[in-house]
Design a protein. Structure first.
Length: 157
């Protein structure tokens, strides 16, 4: 078949974007995490309504599908303040085997930002800490070596 009869892409169509990967884990969220998801959906809806460029619209629509799915599957979980153990939503202070103290909040996957002290409940450190109480030591493998963490304080509010 001659190439003369094949329609070539003129670049005017929106690109086909792959869907954003959605975790297979339960979509547990804190109250703050749910607020962040709802704010992201509203932000994307407003941006889409104002956007005229088809390519940028395609990206916004794809992102909006992701965040709407996350909102639809969100399961708000609050820590039990009567339980002194580390759980989803806890703020935990621990001491590592090098003597460094660190405080983290255990949150949902979309809310996690280790640089600001929030870690996903699916992260190795969070999994190791879950169920521990102040004074307990847990071991987690980090960067290929076992690291002992001692729980100093647990806040469940």
């Amino acid at each position: 078949m001659s190439r003369a009869f094949v329609k070539e892409d003129d670049g005017d169509r929106p690109e086909t974007l792959p869907e954003l990967p959605v975790s297979t884990l339960p979509n547990l969220v804190t109250a703050r995490g749910l607020d962040l998801i709802e704010a992201r959906v509203a932000e994307l809806e407003a941006a889409l309504a104002a956007e005229t460029d088809e390519i940028r619209q395609a990206r916004l629509k794809r992102d909006l599908r992701y965040w709407r799915a996350r909102k639809a599957t969100a399961r708000h979980v609050a820590p039990d303040p009567a339980d002194p153990a580390v759980q989803f939503g806890s703020v935990v202070t621990y001491l590592d085997d090098e003597g460094a103290t660190r405080t983290v909040a255990i949150v949902g996957e979309d809310e996690a930002d280790p640089a600001t002290g929030t870690i996903s409940y699916a992260a190795p450190v969070a999994r190791a800490l879950t169920g521990a109480r102040p004074g307990d030591a847990v071991t987690v493998t980090l960067r290929g070596r076992p690291v002992e963490l001692e729980v100093v304080e647990v806040r469940n509010r």
